[in-house]
Design a protein around this ligand. Structure first.
Ligand SMILES: Cc1cc2nc3c(=O)[nH]c(=O)nc-3n(C[C@H](O)[C@H](O)[C@H](O)COP(=O)(O)O)c2cc1C
Length: 190
């Protein structure tokens, strides 16, 4: 697949078929993700894979309960209440696989490296006919001792990018892009 087609055609997928990607397919996507650039080529990432839908549904319930508690303290989160209280809403959209990319070193550069690995993983998924979506809703929970324990994330690692993967039920709509704000630097400016 042409790289420009992949960049423009990839979508956040929130509706998945029952079919789960094989372990080999997931492993190959992760291997592709490691071809992302990283500062000084340190590759400071580790990939935690959860591939059991029942576990993901349980993780979703825990993450929603945590966010509901936070919504009580933060009025700006109140509009999320109906979604978080709905038993039907699964923050992982019933996807069969969750890959959490964690930074293995406690520095800012490792966070950037993991974000690049995440985008590479999502593009690779798209190229293989799969869909993916970054689930920021899970991040607060992933940073709790309980969330870390569920995924087996050690205390010295930082969860950065929770990415769900599965086969899309259909094409996802493409949200519009704003025209880029481009500012040319005048020649001779010092
Ligand atoms: C850091 C980050 C967090 C996100 N968190 C969520 C999320 O929790 N739930 C969700 O449905 N989509 C989430 N998304 C997906 C975005 O909503 C989506 O990428 C955006 O609407 C643009 O759509 P597109 O990816 O199809 O171009 C997240 C994306 C990013 C980059």
């Amino acid at each position: 697949m042409d790289v420009l087609e992949a960049i423009r055609g990839r979508r956040a997928v929130r509706d998945y078929t029952d079919k789960a990607p094989s372990e080999a397919v997931v492993q190959s996507l992760i291997e592709t993700a490691t071809w992302a650039p990283s500062g000084v080529n340190l590759q400071p990432w580790c990939f935690f894979v959860a591939d059991d839908r029942a576990s993901l549904a349980a993780f979703s319930a825990e993450a929603k309960a945590l966010m509901l508690g936070q919504a009580d303290q933060h009025p700006e989160m109140a509009r999320m209440r109906p979604m978080l209280t709905s038993p039907e809403f699964n923050i992982f959209y019933n996807a069969p696989v969750l890959v959490v990319i964690c930074a293995t070193t406690p520095d800012e550069m490792a966070l950037k490296d993991c974000c690049l690995a995440a985008q590479t993983l999502m593009l690779a998924a798209y190229a293989e006919g799969l869909g993916a979506c970054w689930i920021g809703f899970s991040e607060a929970w992933l940073n709790t001792p309980a969330g870390r324990a569920r995924l087996g994330i050690p205390p010295e690692y930082t969860p950065v990018a929770p990415i769900i993967i599965g086969y899309p039920k259909g094409p996802a709509p493409a949200p519009e892009r704003r025209a880029p704000d481009i500012r040319h630097v005048a020649a001779g400016r010092s």
